[in-house]
Design a protein around this ligand. Structure first.
Ligand code: AGP
Length: 612
């Protein structure tokens, strides 16, 4: 996804902008650019490719001395949505005079109408982007007050935007605005920064202001003045960023993904901290904001999410029905938002999202609220849009997840869903004894994960056979079916192997036709009531020459047909979803490493999909 950084202060803006863009590189992008104020004019540079290429251009064209005199600027990394990744399409974009520059995240849905009107007035566009329609429209309205001009233009815009704008005629000022695409303001000492993601600010300040949809802010080195689109003053609190600057560094690991896989004992510990009641065998989730009575009267839980978060919801589906005897379902957020869903005030809709900015999941939250459902967020990024619009929920406290491939967010989501199921269950049918047993198992999760991480070298060995193949199956039953889907997604997105997750019983209804001799088939064959059936499905594959990689329970029933095994510790089959997925995360990581893939920023992918 695109990244925005802005700086206004007393230091040279360019180095701050470039280092901020580097912190946003993990989001995925294909071009970058920046504009700085130099006296009563603007300097701009743009480049296709990585931020390093933009930095090369800066070094070649702007001397250090020249940069040192420019203390205001905006910068952008672009993930192409309208128009190919070219220098002409890279941000910042200008107005007709060239004296205003703008960077933008989001999609302007009515940009064609605006562009046609401006072209009819003589504008000659230099890019294929929707963004240039905004920068030119602002220029049309500019009569000496940048914020006014921005507001006049935004009142004509339909769609999502996070923007930062500077003018040659208004030194020392940045105007920022957001609707549907996150923007945060960092408040420092004698300087302010703006960014689409707090990780770009953390090395300068931990004091931040999260803008809400409809906010417009005039930012100077010493002030932040926020209004709405009617110029009415808006009061926003200053929050403290929770994570450390180092948290966005690799910490000695080869990739952010490996670091985040190994952080999971701690991240799951953080997700559980203060929330497990080991005296009464229940969970304490004050963020749910619901009384015991409201929870008991719930008729259904509907989980919505995308990708890995959707898979976490699928595990939650089993947990809620099994532990809490409540009807549960999980829907892709993109489906929920358009299907006129049958939800009402007796339903709880849980929006699951690491970033808290996924457009489809955010739209599902808004649809659920329209229908009067109780809504809560299960989110990692504090202060994110989904977290704030849901109004209540439970944070994962997993820390920043930098790698595009989601790992610790998934285990954090499943851990919190287990807590919710335990809490609801104890309020409905679970006995104290059963609750105590489950709470104890959930409390063991960090050590269960540690046990899998200790097998890293054994798993790397298994990866050697898999890395030579271009196709793979992942099979599971019950709550291990979503784990199979998640394992396949991990392998797909970072190693580019075509991997499919299937319910183990489903393979023989067609997909088994794809099996070829030696093809790797990963089977979730942990101890469970359906283990024999799962082994039977694996035997169907073995009979056709498949290479069986079995995830098995330590000291559990033997899976004689396995060619290779990965052992996970013995625990409740529902709880086992977390150690099992950690094994598959490591497996996909090593396969991708052996295949020489980029891993943290896979081709075509973005960390947070803030467009439909
Ligand atoms: C996971 O590995 C993917 N990168 C992707 O499927 C991700 O889970 C999905 O885009 C949802 O993101 P969210 O959790 O931030 O909403």
């Amino acid at each position: 996804m695109c990244g925005i950084v802005g700086y206004v202060g007393r230091s040279a803006a360019t180095p701050v902008l470039l280092s901020g863009l580097r912190r946003l590189e993990y989001r995925g992008y294909d071009s970058a650019g920046l504009s700085i104020q130099e006296g009563k004019s603007l300097l701009s540079l743009r480049a296709v490719g990585k931020v390093a290429r933009l930095a090369d251009k800066v070094r070649a064209e702007w001397s250090e001395d020249r940069q040192s005199k420019c203390s205001v600027g905006i910068a952008h990394t672009r993930w192409a949505t309208h128009g190919a990744p070219t220098e002409a399409n890279a941000h910042p974009h200008a107005d007709a005079s060239g004296r205003i520059r703008l960077v933008h995240n989001g999609i302007i849905e009515n940009y064609r109408v605006i562009r046609a009107k401006l072209e009819a007035k003589g504008h000659v566009f230099s890019s294929e982007t929707d963004t240039e329609a905004v920068s030119r429209l602002i220029g049309e309205y500019y009569k000496g007050d940048l914020r006014k001009a921005v507001i006049s233009a935004l009142r004509q815009i339909e769609g999502a935007y996070g923007i930062a704008v500077i003018s040659a005629d208004e030194p020392g000022r940045i105007v920022v605005a957001r609707k549907g695409s996150p923007l945060v303001i960092g408040v420092g000492e004698g300087e302010c920064l703006v960014a689409s993601d707090p990780s770009a600010l953390i090395s300068h300040t931990r004091r931040v202001i999260y803008l809400d949809d409809g906010d417009v802010a005039l930012v100077t080195a010493d002030s932040v003045d926020i209004t709405d689109l009617n110029h009415a003053p808006m009061d926003r609190d200053v929050a403290e960023l929770e994570f450390e600057a180092g948290a966005v560094e690799k910490g000695g690991y080869a990739h952010f993904m490996l670091k985040e896989i190994h952080e999971q004992p701690e991240s799951v510990r953080n997700a559980l901290r203060g929330r497990l009641d080991l005296l009464n065998g229940t969970a304490v989730l004050s963020g749910m904001g619901a009384t015991a009575r409201e929870l008991i009267e719930l008729q259904r839980i509907v989980m919505v999410g995308c990708g890995t978060s959707l898979h976490a919801g699928m595990v939650g589906d089993f947990a809620f029905e099994d532990l809490a005897a409540i009807q549960a379902e999980v829907q892709p957020a993109a489906e929920f938002r358009y299907r006129n869903p049958l939800v009402d005030g007796r339903d709880l809709v849980v929006a699951i999202s690491q970033s808290g900015e996924t457009a489809d999941t955010l739209a599902a939250v808004r649809e659920a609220k329209e229908k009067g459902a109780m809504v809560m967020g299960l989110v990692n990024v504090v202060g994110s849009t989904i977290a704030r619009e849901a109004g209540r929920g439970v944070y994962l406290h997993a820390g920043p997840e930098i790698s595009v491939a989601s790992t610790k967010a998934f285990t954090g989501q499943v851990a919190v869903l287990l807590l919710m199921a335990l809490k609801l269950g104890r309020g409905r049918r679970l006995s104290r004894e059963r609750g105590l047993a489950l709470a104890g198992e959930i409390g063991r999760l960090p050590e269960l994960i540690e046990a899998v991480l200790k097998q890293d070298s054994a798993i790397a060995k298994v990866a050697e056979s898999m890395a030579k193949h271009e196709h793979a199956f992942f099979l599971g039953r019950g709550p291990m079916h979503p784990v199979a889907l998640e394992g396949a997604l991990k392998l797909k997105e970072i190693s580019y192997i075509h991997a499919e997750g299937y319910h183990a019983a489903e393979l023989k209804h067609g997909p088994i036709a794809l099996l070829t001799p030696g093809m790797p088939v990963v089977v979730l064959a942990n101890r469970s009531s359906v283990l024999e059936k799962t082994i039977g499905n694996a035997e169907e594959c073995k009979a056709r020459g498949a290479h069986i990689i079995a995830i098995v329970t330590e000291d559990g029933p033997e899976v004689a047909i396995a060619d290779e095994v990965i052992i996970i510790p013995d625990c409740d089959p529902l709880i086992a979803t977390i150690p099992a997925v950690v094994a598959l995360q490591l497996l996909s990581y090593h396969v991708a490493r052996l295949r020489g893939c980029p891993i943290d920023q896979p081709r075509n992918l973005a960390k947070s999909v803030t467009v439909e």
